[in-house]
Design a protein around this ligand. Structure first.
Ligand code: ADP
Ligand code: GLC
Length: 487
């Protein structure tokens, strides 16, 4: 094996400690797969006050230059569960002890530039604190996109100046845009405030700057890596992505196949695997009872587990509920987000009798029970960088119905009419085409159970763990180090 690398993941989320979506799942799982390949991988996240960690070891505090002074931060250390990957929690009560990751419910946090630049700069000070110089800083989305900026300016002539930076794009729609008046608080120099740096429409754009300055860039699926080069997928940064096109790689997300395993899942009542798929129906009945749906084996149960927002196309689901229920299916939705969608779903849930239930909120155990209990899993995303829930559902033999965008297109194989494929794909995002796609899938489910069975077997046998992608990241890290040295 080539020499092991020292890799520091720096992120705003890391499951199970802090999670708002799939970013948390990735940061909570990929480091374990890299560790298994022999690398010295560690993780740094903020110490939000919502974090519950069993064994926290307190280190001496450290000072981070920020806001024209030195911010004294605590450093706590724990581990990723079932691993020996160290997770460092950067503790600063005023910045992170607020009961939320990004913004308060229905509100806006005005100092996110300082909060996440403190995290980003803190990565270097953690290195000093531990006397550990990473070969690679692995940054994720706008919250840690300032790391390449610090690396190329304030840290350039320090021992960290030689470290490579890899910036992974999980979602181009969020770019970390802030008033330029706040820039001095971060200590980032004004020399970065140019159109080929952080300046964007007379404001500071962290993601834009990170894209220009990172040694390498990855996107979370090959198709998404292509989509962000286009006007539709680039959200105004497509020219930057194209400029860096030679340093951009799409690496598909994997899943934590210990947490998401129908043979051992601690949240579901009836375990099963590819050789006992018939046992899955017990989870369906349990879910129907739990959610007060009619307990019926002969009705296809279609599920949605999602943030409720534009990206996910859940507004179209809300609009389509009437015609969907007319197909004679059952519909379960777990999610929260857009208030209008929440209200529509809640109203249908109230009046939908035994056919429709919406659970508004974030409920991890319930998401597992739904994934195991449903027959079909609906995901009509407008765009989807990768998507993890369609991977979880395939692992559980719950066949996805997806809009063929981004990672959904990369990870779902279209039903071929003969029993091949792992799900159902459609292209046009409209009520009509959503309903037609569900009609199609439900029809196959009713009339061709042998096809459904062979698709379930195929999807449950798919290799979805992180081992394959971890090797691809390994290559990306080595290329990024070469590029850094060549610069
Ligand atoms: P995104 O990160 O865009 O939200 P992903 O599919 O990558 O989409 O990841 C979403 C993650 O969040 C999955 O682990 C999914 O199970 C979880 N999730 C989303 N909504 C809920 C919810 N309401 N309750 C529990 N888990 C949820
Ligand atoms: C983002 C994307 C999602 C992806 C996740 C993890 O939240 O919306 O598609 O799976 O990040 O990479």
């Amino acid at each position: 094996m080539a020499s092991p690398l020292k890799i520091l993941f720096v992120a705003s989320e890391c499951a199970p400690f802090a999670k708002a979506g799939g970013l948390g799942d990735v940061v909570g799982a990929l480091p374990k797969a890299l560790k298994a390949l022999g690398h010295d991988v560690r993780v740094l996240i903020p110490r939000y006050d919502t974090i519950k960690a069993d064994t926290i070891h307190h280190q001496a505090p450290m000072a981070i230059p920020m806001m024209g002074t030195e911010l004294w931060c605590g450093v706590e250390e724990t581990r990723l569960p079932r691993s020996d990957v160290p997770v460092y929690l950067l503790d600063h009560r005023e910045l992170f002890g607020r009961g939320y990751i990004y913004d308060p419910p229905n509100g806006h946090s005005p100092d996110n530039l300082v909060r996440f630049c403190t995290l980003s700069r803190g990565a270097f000070w953690l290195g000093r604190h531990l006397q550990w110089v990473p070969d690679v800083f692995h940054c994720h989305d706008w919250p840690t996109a300032a790391i390449p900026l610090y690396a190329n300016t304030l840290e350039r002539d320090t021992p960290f100046g030689g470290a490579a930076t890899v910036l992974t794009i999980h979602n181009m729609a969020h770019q970390g845009i802030f008033s330029k008046r706040q820039l001095p608080l971060t200590h980032l120099p004004w020399s970065l405030y140019t159109s080929d740096g952080i300046e964007t429409h007379d404001a500071v754009g962290l993601l834009k700057g990170g894209l220009f300055h990172a040694s390498m860039i990855t996107a979370v699926s090959p198709k998404y890596a292509r989509e962000i080069r286009t006007r539709e997928g680039g959200f105004g940064l497509e020219h930057v992505v194209n400029f860096r096109g030679g340093d951009l790689v799409g690496v598909l997300n994997g899943i934590d196949d210990q947490l998401w395993d129908p043979r051992t899942d601690r949240h579901i009542a009836h375990h099963y695997d590819v050789d006992s798929i018939s046992e899955k129906v017990h989870n369906k009945r349990a879910l129907q009872r739990e959610l007060h749906l009619d307990v019926r084996d002969d009705v296809p149960l279609v599920a949605v587990v999602s943030r409720l927002n534009d990206q996910k196309g859940t507004d179209v689901i809300a609009e389509a509920i009437g015609p969907l229920l007319n197909l004679g299916i059952q519909l379960v939705v777990l999610g929260s987000g857009d208030p209008h969608t929440e209200a529509t779903l809640a109203a249908w849930s109230h009046h939908g009798g035994g056919r429709m239930r919406a659970w508004i909120g974030f409920d991890e155990p319930l998401s597992h029970r739904i994934t195991a209990g449903a027959d079909l899993f609906l995901m009509p995303s407008r765009f989807e960088p990768c998507g993890l829930t369609q991977l979880y559902s395939q692992r559980y033999g719950t066949l996805p119905i997806v809009r063929a965008t981004g990672g959904l297109d990369d990870t779902v194989e279209q039903y071929d009419g003969q029993g091949g494929g792992t799900g159902f794909k459609f292209w046009d995002l409209s009520v009509r085409s959503l309903v037609e796609s569900v009609r199609w899938a439900a029809g196959v489910w009713r009339k061709r159970p042998e096809h459904i069975r062979s698709m379930q077997e195929r999807s449950m046998r798919k290799r979805m763990g992180w081992d394959v992608s971890a090797r691809q990241y390994e290559d990306v890290y080595r290329w990024s180090i070469e590029r850094r040295r060549g610069r």
